[in-house]
Design a protein around this ligand. Structure first.
Ligand code: G3I
Length: 345
């Protein structure tokens, strides 16, 4: 039994693919993608800085391979991401002198980008993260360049353009720390307002960058409840870090006992059994919660295939070794995979 077979009547079970995999250098990882998952998302190759690094020069080489792989394997294909302040190229916001451009210019650039990218994959990419990370943890709008130039309107424009470019695609707002109450309130307020104004937004993506001790699963539950009232929900970018946060919040229990250097890399010889068990239990708890809300959840997607691929190895400092995904560095399924399958059998 595979993950995708086990969850087929519940929600799509997805994974992110990275550039190395799409370039054909990682056949074993692609085999896991094919056999265990029925949905894919591009971890980096569809970001605006990759697709349109220079104005008007579009590079779709890896994005095309990504979509072709999904089609060949009959997968649900999710696009990530159209409008994100981070990783957007500088030219998007500035003129030749380096000054911020006018509302009109930025609107035109957004329109061209969204029409070109969504238009190219019309009818082939099923759903999009249209706007990524526009709300701060306190619920206010992030003061990004998009916001500085266009105010809240940039969000409406992005959804309108995406809908015009492919009226059949499902359109999502995606963000992290979505279980923090103040952020939840801010996102709910924003999405309600968009819907009241008739903006085509179909769902909310809750990024799942979780740790052993954060976030509080009860708050995650409340957020799932609240976002479900507004449309579909996706659990996006899921991985479970076992490392304490160097600034002490995320992995509070572990961080008490380790020095700063240890916190960088506390498990040089692999995961001790007790941590492995906590890891399994915590994934199981979260999947139980997803199953509780499965009527509203369209997709749950891991942010990578194996531990070696995870961005968590180099964040927040380079040189960390983390173990956050479902398959280990040798592409072996961890014990958690069997447990997750058992949950729905
Ligand atoms: O591909 C280049 C390589 O050619 C170069 O030698 C190397 C040197 O640093 O960089 C490589 O690119 C890196 C890329 O990941 C691929 O590994 C970029 O520097 C690095 O910034 C990039 O990080 C990605 C990050 O988004 C920024 O785009 C992570 O992989 C990716 O997991 C992360 O994902 C984001 C989501 O899109 C949005 N939500 C938060 C999430 C985590 O930050």
């Amino acid at each position: 039994m595979t993950l995708k077979d086990a969850y087929k009547d519940k929600f799509y079970i997805g994974t992110a693919l990275n550039a190395w995999q799409l370039m054909g250098n990682k056949p074993s990882e692609m085999h896991i993608a094919q056999s265990q998952f029925n949905s894919i998302v591009a971890e980096n190759v569809m970001k605006s800085g990759r697709i349109q690094a220079k104005e008007g020069e579009f590079n779709f080489e890896l994005a095309d391979k990504f979509v072709e792989f999904g089609e060949q394997n009959n997968m649900h294909i999710h696009g990530h991401t159209l409008i994100w302040h981070s990783q957007a190229p500088r030219w998007f916001f500035t003129d030749q002198q380096g000054n911020l451009v006018s509302k009109e210019v930025l609107t035109e650039r957004m329109k061209t980008h969204i029409f070109t990218v969504v238009g190219r994959y019309k009818g082939r990419i099923d759903s999009w993260d249209v706007v990524n990370e526009a709300i701060e943890d306190d619920g206010s709008y992030r003061n990004s360049k998009f916001y500085q130039i266009l105010g809240e309107d940039f969000i409406k424009l992005a959804f309108k353009f995406a809908h015009q470019a492919d009226p059949d695609a499902e359109l999502y707002y995606n963000d992290y720390s979505m279980a923090i109450p103040s952020k939840r309130n801010g996102v709910v307020k924003m999405v309600k307002k968009l819907k009241d104004e008739g903006i085509p937004i179909h769902g909310i993506g809750m990024q799942g960058h979780i740790g052993l001790n954060h976030p509080d699963i009860k708050e995650f539950d409340k957020s799932l409840e609240a976002y479900s009232q507004l449309g579909k929900v996706m659990i996006t970018e899921l991985e479970l870090s076992v490392l304490p946060s160097p600034w002490g919040d995320a992995g509070a229990e572990l961080s008490d006992t380790y020095t700063y250097e240890d916190k960088m890399n506390p498990f040089p010889n692999g995961l001790p059994e007790d941590v492995q068990r906590q890891f399994t239990q915590r994934y199981v708890e979260f999947f139980k919660l997803f199953l509780k809300h499965s009527d509203h959840i369209s997709r749950v997607a891991l942010w990578g295939i194996n531990d070696g691929n995870s961005w968590k190895n180099n964040w927040p400092v380079r040189g960390r070794t983390d173990y956050p995904l479902l398959f280990d560095r040798d592409n072996q399924a961890k014990p958690v995979v069997k447990e997750l399958i058992e949950l729905v059998r």
